[in-house]
Design a protein around this ligand. Structure first.
Ligand code: NAD
Length: 261
């Protein structure tokens, strides 16, 4: 039976800013030590300092999650630093915008590489360790975009997040009897640096202003406001904690009511 997370160890990818940073800080508040993995070593180090102030240990690892050697170094750093690994949060992701008929193969490859392929292979790598210890939890940050084509301006992003939901279900079933749970969170419109760029890029494609884009998008949210990164982190905390011990293969919406399935 799963118990308290106190003293356990989590890897959070893309933890240098935005949702990943909020997840790392929340898991630290819950009592975990955290590996802060990001392409940007400076922001990762700044989050390490924030975790340390909470009274937990953290290590920054500069990685590109699309690179196999980087993923391997990430796992070995977690094990050599803390001698254990209990949780992986696959959060690193990118947005690229383009109308569906203008998507190039390079656009497809880049978005699928970061948002889907790297999530699959990070999960596979960490499961090789977790299946031996017969315990662990993995949480993938998918998106509402993976359940609904939330806009036509990021068609490959929609596909990448649907892939994350599909791989969550597949891995969950594959390792359920090894004591490991795999779930996903589907945020809606979260107030992060990524979101500011998205408003600008959607405006460029649609001929609207970024603030018109923002209000169009918010009009689809029944709660009528942006989501905070901490509201995503709270659900991740639940999914890695013992209160969700009978849940696996789920893709949980945190969208202010925007989607209900
Ligand atoms: P963000 O752009 O603010 O932060 C993403 C972080 O990931 C950055 O620190 C970046 O350096 C890192 N990163 C990007 N590519 C990487 C790579 N190849 N290797 C390692 N690190 C890499 O984004 P965010 O809004 O915090 O989004 C985090 C996750 O949540 C993403 O998967 C995103 O798709 C998902 N999401 C975001 C929203 C939203 O509204 N912001 C909604 C739904 C889902």
């Amino acid at each position: 039976m799963e118990g308290s997370v106190e003293g356990q160890v989590a890897i959070v990818t893309g933890a240098g800013q935005g949702i990943g940073r909020a997840i790392a800080l929340r898991l630290a508040h819950d009592g975990m030590n955290v590996i802060i993995a990001d392409l940007n070593g400076e922001t990762a180090q700044a989050v390490v300092e924030e975790v340390t102030k909470i009274g937990r240990k953290a290590v920054a690892v500069t990685v590109d999650v699309t690179v196999a050697n980087d993923r391997q170094r990430l796992l070995s750093t977690a094990l050599s630093s803390f001698n254990r690994l209990d949780v992986l949060v696959n959060n690193a992701g990118i947005q690229m915008v383009s109308m569906p008929l203008d998507v190039t193969e390079q656009h497809w490859d880049r978005v699928m590489d970061v948002n889907a392929r790297s999530v699959f292979f990070c999960t596979q790598l960490v499961l090789q360790h977790m299946t031996v210890q017969r315990t662990g939890r993995i949480v993938n940050i998918a998106s509402a975009a993976g359940k609904m084509a939330s806009t036509i301006y990021h068609p490959v992003y929609n596909v990448s997040k649907a892939s994350v939901i599909a791989m969550t279900k597949t891995f969950a079933q594959a390792v359920a009897n090894s004591g490991i749970r795999v779930n996903a969170v589907c945020p809606g419109i979260v107030d992060t640096p990524m979101q500011g760029l998205v408003d600008q890029e959607f405006a460029r494609l649609s001929g609207k202003t970024p603030s018109e884009i923002r209000s169009d998008r918010l009009s689809k949210v029944p709660m009528g406001r942006l989501e905070t990164p901490e509201e995503v982190a709270a659900v991740v905390s639940f999914l890695v904690g013992p209160d969700s011990r009978y849940m696996t293969g789920q893709a949980i919406n945190v969208t202010g009511g925007m989607i209900t399935y």
